[in-house]
Every structure is written in C-alpha cells, then in structure tokens.
Design a protein around this ligand. Structure first.
Ligand code: SF4
Ligand code: SF4
Length: 413
C-alpha cells in the first residue's frame, strides 16, 4: 500500500499525529481502541485457565494468544512450564538450532501428548530447491519432531510471490497432504508483504500466514493522520491482516517486540510495572484479526513478562509511552517494505542486510546473522555501495540505510 514516499520530517499528517502523541491530546479518541476488538465472534475465542485461545482462521485450531518461537527454543523446564501455563502452539523450522529446535519440541510432544500441542514448522526454498528437496526437508522435520504429522507446514520466509503457486511447491504440498504428513499449510513472510499476503490469500491455497506486525506499523500511512482512528485505517499491514481475516486465513504475528529484542535498556518507557515489551504485546493482541503473537521465551523471567499480559488491555498511559517510544526511535526500524533494495542500482540486498543486522543487534542471534550474511551473493553486500543515496531517498521511514548496511558489514562479515 505504499504508493508514495512519505517525508518523515515534513508530512503534515504524520507530524500532527506524532505531536498529538507526545502531547497526549488524542486521548479522546482512544475509546475507539476497543474497536480493534470489534467484530470478534464468540466462537473464535476461548478461555481456559489463565490462557486465552483464538481460532487460527480456517484451520479451526484454537491456539494460545501467546505462542512460543522456536529460534531458539528454550530449555526443557521452560518449555514444559510454558505448556503447563497454556501455550499450545510452537513455531519452528528445519533450520532452527541446526534441527535441535525440532528435536526439543519432539521431546515435549512425547511428554505432553501429541494431541495437546500444535506445531508449525517450515521448509526453505533456497538455491537449487526442488519438489524432492521440499519433501525431504519435511521428512527430516517429522523425524526430529518424532511425530507422523505436523499441524501446520509453512514455507519459510517467502519474498517472491511467484513461488506461492509454483508447480513444484503445489505438488510437494499435495503429495505430503495425501500422505497425511501435515494438516494445514501456510507461509511466513519477512518482506514484500503486500504482494505476498495478497497472493497467498487470494489464491485460496494457504490456511495461515505468519508475518511481522508490531507497533512500528503505525508509521505506515498514505494519508494525513490526526486521530487514532485515522491511523488504524491507514496502517498497511493492518489492511493485509484484515484481508486475510475476510477470507478466513489465520494470522500469527511475529517480530512483535521490535526494536531491539530485549537487549535495550527501556526502563524509561515503563508504565508503572508494565514494561515496554508488555505494552507492545498488548498492542498486537488488541487486533482481534490476529490469532496469536509468537515470541521467544528463553527464561522464566521472560515467560512471566510475556504471559503477564494475557487478559489485560493497554491502558491510555501505556499507549502514550509506547507511542513515545515509536516517535523517538522511528528511523531505527526497518519495515522490510523492500523499496530500497528494489531501487538500488548496485542490486545490494539492503532489506535482507537490515534484517540480519536486526538479528544481531536486536535478538543477539549473531551466528544466524553472520550465516545469513555470508549467504548473500557476492557483489550484493555493502561493499558494492556507490553511495548514491537512492535507498534513503525512497525509504518512507527515514532509515539511514547506508550507515546501517556499512555497520552490518563490519559486524557480520
Ligand atoms: S547508496 Fe548504496 S545501497 Fe543505497 S541505493 Fe545507492 S548503491 Fe544502493
Ligand atoms: S530501509 Fe526503508 S525502504 Fe528499505 S526495506 Fe526498510 S523500510 Fe523499506
């Protein structure tokens, strides 16, 4: 939905909106925040113990509002406790922790009972992939998970929409389905969301989508934003999520705790005992078109922090602190729209590089970041930059792309 560049410094609508955030003068319209919960159908929700569950679109799986990310998966005692506290969906991939993520989840499936845990795992379409490589990857995952089937089988990180109806992909999915090796199919998407989500929804083949969604998406706008209602209508990712909902395609939100994972000192954005991350999670879960927020919980403390938001709504003060954080950090967050990469004359994979930098800086996944960076085609890294500045001219959010890709090269090569 990004049709034109927004000048983050001069757009009157955005400037007014941001000023209102800082002044707290949009509070009168906050009552409409409850509209985000509008349209909910009773049958789409369920409360059991201290956990809330939401229906994952047409899969009809009732999954916990907070689900567990498997990259990395926590140690077994934490995994068990998350399950005991009601977390019943775990996200993984053949590639996470060199397969150990799936192995540990397999252990949980054995101990907790296969039918009590829903697992989504993924295969890649990397260089030289084929129908055969997809099937082999899925069989490897099933072996590590120690199960006959996975609940959701996803394509990992689709960035090219033509892959969604590629005959080899469709055929692999159909063959695996005929063998009962998965129940539902989906995809995860890190970039090029607008094309990928639309095609995935409209082709009717996919039951769910996992995509990045966090409070920084309030920045995405094509029109003047003055009120809270305005920005709800203007958020492009939100439109995509609503489109999925309209076709009963389930949505799981990932990358919900931007920026900085949990590594930054964000005390100043706390509201009473509510941490910034809790406010971020509450903001994501306000959107009832989302079934769950997938999040890593690597310690008992992190689990307490994350599960502590269940059943709690975002207060006005929390919302103001949250938006203050967005305003003060807006140019640090790359929305993965892909515009800079598409317009780079040197064909540098800027969007991917910024994602790898976020792995390192935000999530302390330095190994993954370095491995991913090393897989970039030679000549497509920061070293090929001609310093033309086109990337920064086109970026709707004012991200200092050149500085960031240089930093990424120093840190990751
Ligand atoms: S400044 Fe560098 S990265 Fe940006 S568009 Fe130009 S060549 Fe590409
Ligand atoms: S740096 Fe800007 S233009 Fe490039 S992908 Fe991120 S948000 Fe889009």
């Amino acid at each position: 939905m990004i049709k034109k560049k927004l000048d983050s410094d001069s757009s009157p609508g955005r400037r007014t909106f941001l000023r209102n955030i800082l002044l707290g003068t949009f509070s009168a319209s906050l009552a409409s925040a409850s509209l985000l919960s509008g349209g909910k159908e009773q049958s789409d929700q369920l409360k059991k113990g201290s956990m809330n569950y939401r229906r994952l679109g047409r899969t009809n799986l009732m999954i916990s509002e907070i689900s567990l990310g498997g990259s990395p998966v926590p140690e077994m005692p934490i995994l068990h406790q998350a399950f005991e506290r009601g977390v019943n969906y775990i996200d993984s991939s053949h590639s996470y922790m060199n397969g150990n993520s799936e192995r540990q989840i397999g252990q949980l499936l054995k101990e907790a009972g296969r039918e009590n845990v829903h697992v989504g795992t993924k295969f890649h379409l990397r260089r030289n992939w084929s129908e055969k490589s997809i099937i082999s990857s899925v069989e490897g995952s099933l072996g590590r998970l120690n199960t006959d089937y996975m609940d959701v089988l996803l394509i990992h990180g689709v960035e090219d929409e033509t892959l969604l109806d590629d005959e080899r992909v469709l055929s692999a999915f159909e063959k695996l389905k005929a063998q009962g090796k998965y129940r539902f199919r989906g995809l995860s998407c890190h970039a090029n969301h607008h094309k990928i989500v639309k095609k995935a929804v409209e082709c009717g083949f996919y039951d769910m989508i996992q995509l990045g969604y966090n409070v920084f998406d309030i920045q995405e706008s094509e029109k003047d934003i003055e009120t809270y209602d305005d920005y709800l209508g203007a958020c492009g990712i939100r439109h995509l999520i609503a489109l999925a909902k309209s076709k009963d395609v389930g949505i799981i939100a990932m990358k919900t705790l931007k920026i900085g994972g949990r590594r930054q000192n964000l005390e100043k954005y706390k509201t009473g005992t509510t941490t910034l991350y809790q406010a971020m999670l509450k903001w994501v879960l306000e959107n009832r078109d989302i079934s769950s927020a997938v999040i890593e919980m690597l310690s008992f403390e992190e689990m307490e922090e994350d599960l502590g938001v269940i059943g709690k709504s975002l207060s006005e003060r929390e919302r103001q602190n949250l938006f203050r954080f967005v305003v003060e950090n807006s140019t640090d967050y790359c929305h993965m729209c892909g515009l800079c990469q598409k317009n780079c004359p040197s064909r540098i994979e800027t969007t991917s590089i910024l994602r790898y930098l976020a792995y390192h800086e935000g999530y302390a996944k330095t190994r993954l970041a370095k491995e991913s960076y090393s897989r970039l085609k030679s000549g497509h890294t920061a070293t090929a930059c001609q310093n033309c500045g086109e990337c920064e001219k086109i970026c709707p959010y004012g991200v200092p792309v050149r500085e960031k890709i240089r930093e990424a090269h120093l840190l990751l090569s």
